[in-house]
Design a protein around this ligand. Structure first.
Ligand SMILES: C[S@@+](CC[C@H](N)C(=O)[O-])C[C@H]1O[C@@H](n2cnc3c(N)ncnc32)[C@H](O)[C@@H]1O
Ligand code: SF4
Length: 371
């Protein structure tokens, strides 16, 4: 039996997130040329108590995954308090994103105290390419951090920002990561910021990259996940990495917490609000629960989102009607039910596989109810 199950739509008509991204701080020990997330002025930033509140609320509300990022999470002063609190999540998987250069013995202790399901490390290519972006000596330090993390965390994956300048070099890194026992290599196209001096992928280069990934996959171990990051993807597929659940059309299913505690959730773009976010309040001033239960006033729509649930129809969220549970997935569930987390309503069942980090969207047929 799958023990962990939460509704997709609550009895009061509210919808709790599937994914929460937490920007803990803007502090960082590195100065990567393409990054807008680091700053010399670290304030404001979340407190340890605020993060503990976020994690508790996420776990109680059936959030599939919380990602801690920044800036650099290892530079966030609240980490000591949260590590000392001994966080243990029953439903939610915790992911930590780090540059891995601060994973010495103490850094490892702090990270493992949080019991993350997955750690995501940035390496931007082989040593010369990586250090052009991140500075001298950073590759060896990150690799040492990666090896320490590999010894304690099951799922370590690497993310590489790809742009026209390093396009020819990611394969060397993939080969190295396979040898290091890393679980996945995620290629993430650059979003160029002004003055970064790097050229984003052209549409033709992106098409070529997709073909190269498909061809290289054939030569890699089946368990190794080489993929193109789907952060910018529009509509997730019916069997998608959880990182695909990020688009504005997913509304409250994906939320972002900024370092000052501001909680944003996706929303269709509105006049004057092109980023497509609703601001739901500030954690720290108030609690995560209050923010999530708040029905924001909308600037271009008469009704609050939480009352108009047409957007939460599976066909609207995933672009097609869900299918019944297939026999392979059913077998995986029978073999290791504890690996799965479930959110469901009368129209859809979302199964989060905490082993592969994929979300499977299936119809609530008799077959899907059986597990
Ligand atoms: C902002 S960092 C925070 C976590 C940590 N400091 C790190 O470097 O992994 C999160 C991810 O965003 C990526 N990133 C930063 N700037 C980017 C940009 N302009 N385009 C695409 N990815 C970017 C980083 O390489 C990293 O993988
Ligand atoms: S290490 Fe991460 S947060 Fe720091 S500058 Fe680089 S990408 Fe940005």
């Amino acid at each position: 039996m799958i023990a962990c199950s939460h509704p997709l739509v609550r009895a009061d008509g509210g919808v709790d997130p599937l994914r929460v991204m937490v920007d803990l701080t803007r502090r960082c020990n590195l100065r990567c040329g393409f990054c807008a997330s680091r700053s010399d002025d670290p304030h404001p930033e979340l407190s340890g108590a605020a993060l503990l509140d976020i994690l508790r609320a996420a776990d109680e509300r059936g959030v599939f995954e919380v990602t801690l990022t920044g800036g650099e999470p290892l530079q966030w002063p609240g980490l000591e308090d949260v590590a000392a609190a001994g966080v243990r999540l029953g439903f939610t998987s915790l992911q930590i994103a780090t540059n891995a250069t601060l994973i010495d013995a103490r850094g490892l202790e702090l990270v493992t105290a949080l019991a993350p399901r997955r750690v995501r490390i940035s390496l931007d290519g082989p040593v010369d390419v990586h250090e052009q972006v991140r500075g001298p000596g950073t590759f060896a330090r990150a690799l040492a951090g990666l090896r320490r993390l590999r010894s304690c965390v099951d799922q370590v994956e690497v993310v590489t920002v790809v742009h026209m300048g390093n396009l020819g070099r990611w394969r060397e890194l993939t080969q190295m990561l396979v040898a290091e026992g890393v679980a996945a290599h995620d290629l993430s196209p650059l979003h160029a910021i002004p003055g970064c001096g790097m050229v984003p992928l052209t549409p033709a280069a992106l098409r070529e990259l997709k073909l190269e990934i498909a061809s290289m996959r054939e030569d890699l171990p089946a368990a190794f996940d080489l993929r193109l990051s789907s952060m910018a993807a529009g509509t997730p597929s019916l069997s998608a990495p959880i990182s695909e659940l990020t688009g504005a059309h997913l509304r409250g299913l994906y939320v972002l917490v900024q370092p000052d505690g501001t909680l944003l959730r996706g929303a269709p773009a509105k006049p004057g609000f092109p980023s497509g976010h609703d601001q739901l309040g500030r954690i720290g001033d108030t609690l995560m629960d209050r923010c999530l239960d708040r029905h924001p006033m909308h600037f271009s729509e008469p009704a609050p989102h939480a009352l108009d649930l047409s957007w939460a129809h599976p066909a609207a969220l995933f672009g097609r009607e869900p299918r019944p549970l297939d026999s392979t997935l059913a077998q995986h569930i029978r073999d290791s039910p504890g690996r799965f987390r479930v959110r469901r309503d009368e129209r859809v069942v979302l199964l989060f596989d905490t082993g592969t980090f994929r979300v499977h969207v299936v119809s609530p047929t008799a077959a899907a109810r059986r597990p």
